[in-house]
Design a protein around this ligand. Structure first.
Ligand code: SER
Length: 605
């Protein structure tokens, strides 16, 4: 069916006569194309990965539900499968509001397992051919708009010459670029997970399709040739839809957002493209997350959901939407996805309404206070004193005691003709930073019963490094060893061997494990023994030559000599006696330290 030319009903935001295909048609076309090529069409898995892949908070790619088939292809329902997978990625949340970034999106994918032994499995040649033919023959994209990239070899992994040779034979593909590990190698980075070089197709400079050739398994920090080879491709559905209807300005102009966008325009008082996009994105993500069983809370997935909903409300407030509105937008999406996904509408609307109610209550209290301050200032303007303007301290008080977000204060102050000066915003930032440090120190016991020793805090950080090392080894693998650490009363720094940047999911998982061990209130016990005995007990220790004959071994979880312990390390101490004393553990930064060594900065709150 041809989508009607011109300005379809509801599409009020972009006048275009080149709507080539709508979302339902494109999704169907993709799945049908791969079905025609012998793929089994499977439904999207939940956004909550659960058993299929407990290492991630949310499903971030099509491959999660198939992860084990790369090493056990006989378990797969077919050697060729295809899906349109619901995904949530929060790593790019600050970029949401531009033309291409989304927190919720669908990923179109085709997969193959067990190459070459398994019948009907395929690898690079077929994958690249399928992709090129789909983009150019099926969708009719102009070949001149497309270029491809391949892996040039890096980090001890060989160049993907095979893909380059295949790409070279494609007629009409004029540009092929070599790229390094960060761009053209894909791996989950967890022990025993598949990984491999990629070929990426770009349309008008925007990456739309990532073809991963899983020919390695990540074991002990190295990429070892896998027994079976597999294919995992992922294409950003909304990006493709936007590229295809090439006059569309952004992913938010695709038909998926039409109804919600229209409703938002009925409600808002002043237009702001970025705020509108954030609202549209966050509410859409929230309804899909709630639909998969998550409710707003202060932990893990529930916290991400809460942040998305509240951020949408703050943005709404900025564009003049002062009453509950979230469910009005949410309802529009139910119709946009009719026949594609089924929604538990009462639960979704109920949770959204409840969360908005709570947050608006907080906002209203802050607003009242703001109004009073504003009136005072307007009065002093007449007398032209400096008290006429909001200062950083006042904004910080509003934020700290009333939970009133800075961005909202700035917006309202501007509207009132009382713009806040840059130096006052800096003062706000400075105050909130000092406040964070102070509350961290206070909760770490600094002011408990008068003046406690600062040493108490460093002791806690010391124990936290042991928990962190054990958690890192659990998540990343046995190649992780401590390479150094530095502790102050404010934070800990920890260097460790690992070749890659940690993914946001891995960081979250490590934090989760450490906090779980803190919640379990495990005992921390110490025993002195000979170096040999210590080694035989499985204790870790990097600075062995520093120790004398007898070494101290700290064990977390059980008494020494019992094998099911969480952590056992040779160490001079001191340490806390129970992990419950540590408070809450939070990684504030993960960065490179030197080649093959990563650095984590973390705090205890
Ligand atoms: N797993 C790859 C990605 O997420 C391809 O599906 O980009």
């Amino acid at each position: 069916m041809d989508y009607p030319k011109g300005d379809p009903p509801g599409r009020i935001f972009q006048i275009t006569d080149t709507i080539i295909m709508n979302s339902n048609e494109l999704r169907q076309k993709f799945l049908k194309y791969f079905e025609g090529e012998g793929h089994k069409v499977l439904p999207s898995s939940s956004l909550v990965p659960g058993e299929t892949d407990p290492t991630v908070l949310f499903t971030t790619a099509g491959m999660h539900q198939f992860k084990r088939y790369y090493s056990e292809p006989l378990e797969a329902p077919s050697a060729r499968v295809t899906t349109s997978q619901k995904c949530v990625r929060t790593g790019d949340i600050d970029e949401v509001g531009d033309k291409t970034h989304l927190t919720f999106f669908e990923m179109l994918g085709n997969f193959s397992f067990g190459y070459p032994e398994t019948e009907h499995s395929y690898f690079k040649k077929e994958s690249i051919d399928f992709a090129w033919r789909f983009l150019t023959d099926e969708l009719g994209l102009d070949k001149k708009r497309i270029y491809a990239t391949y892996f040039q070899g890096e980090n001890g992994v060989a160049e993907d010459r095979e893909s380059f040779d295949i790409l070279k034979t494609i007629e009409g593909l004029d540009e092929i670029k070599p790229q390094g590990f960060d761009d053209n190698f894909w791996s989950l980075g967890t022990e025993n997970s598949p990984g491999g070089p990629t070929v990426e197709f770009y349309v008008d400079g925007v990456e739309v399709w990532n073809l991963v050739f899983n020919e390695y398994t990540f074991i002990g920090g190295e990429y070892k040739p896998a027994k079976f080879k597999g294919v995992d491709t992922g294409m950003g559905f909304e990006r493709l839809l936007c590229s295809l209807n090439k006059d569309l300005d952004s992913v938010y102009h695709t038909d998926l957002f039409d109804a919600a966008h229209k409703k938002l325009h009925e409600l808002l008082k002043n237009e702001d493209v970025t705020a509108e996009r954030v609202i549209l994105d966050h509410i859409r993500a929230a309804i899909f997350i709630i639909n998969d069983g998550v409710v707003p809370s202060n932990k893990d997935k529930g916290y991400v959901l809460r942040r998305l909903i509240r951020r949408a409300i703050v943005k709404a407030q900025q564009i003049g939407i002062t009453e509950n509105f979230v469910i009005k937008i949410a309802e529009q999406y139910f119709s946009s996805y009719e026949g594609v996904y089924s929604f538990d509408q009462p639960t979704i609307l109920g949770e959204l309404e409840k969360e908005e109610g709570k947050f608006r209550h907080t906002l209203r209290a802050g607003l009242k206070k703001f109004e009073i301050m504003k009136t005072l200032k307007e009065n002093s303007i007449k007398s032209t004193t400096s008290a006429a303007f909001f200062n950083g301290k006042e904004l910080f008080d509003l934020y700290q005691s009333d939970g009133f977000p800075l961005e909202l204060s700035l917006e309202l102050a501007k509207e009132a003709g009382l713009p806040v000066r840059d130096q006052e915003v800096e003062l706000f930032k400075h105050l909130s930073k000092s406040h964070q440090e102070l509350s961290r120190t206070a909760s770490a016991g600094m002011f408990k019963g008068g003046l406690a020793e600062a040493g108490e805090i460093t002791t806690k950080y010391h124990t936290a490094t042991h928990l962190l090392l054990a958690a890192l080894r659990q998540v990343l693998g046995d190649h992780v060893f401590q390479k150094g650490s530095n502790i102050t009363a404010e934070r800990m720094r920890f260097d460790f061997s690992h070749p890659d940047k940690m993914t946001p999911e891995q960081i979250e998982e490590v934090e989760k494990i450490v906090n779980q061990k803190i919640d379990e209130d495990l005992t921390v016990s110490m025993e002195e023994m000979s170096l040999e005995d210590a080694k035989a007990s499985g204790a870790m220790g990097v600075f062995e030559n520093k120790y004398g004959d007898k070494v101290k071994v700290y064990t977390i979880g059980q008494t020494p000599h019992i094998s099911e312990v969480f952590s056992r390390e040779m160490c001079g101490g001191p340490h806390v006696t129970r992990t419950g004393e540590l408070g809450q553990f939070k990684i504030s930064k993960e960065e490179a330290s030197s080649s093959g060594v990563r650095r984590i900065k973390a705090v205890l709150k």
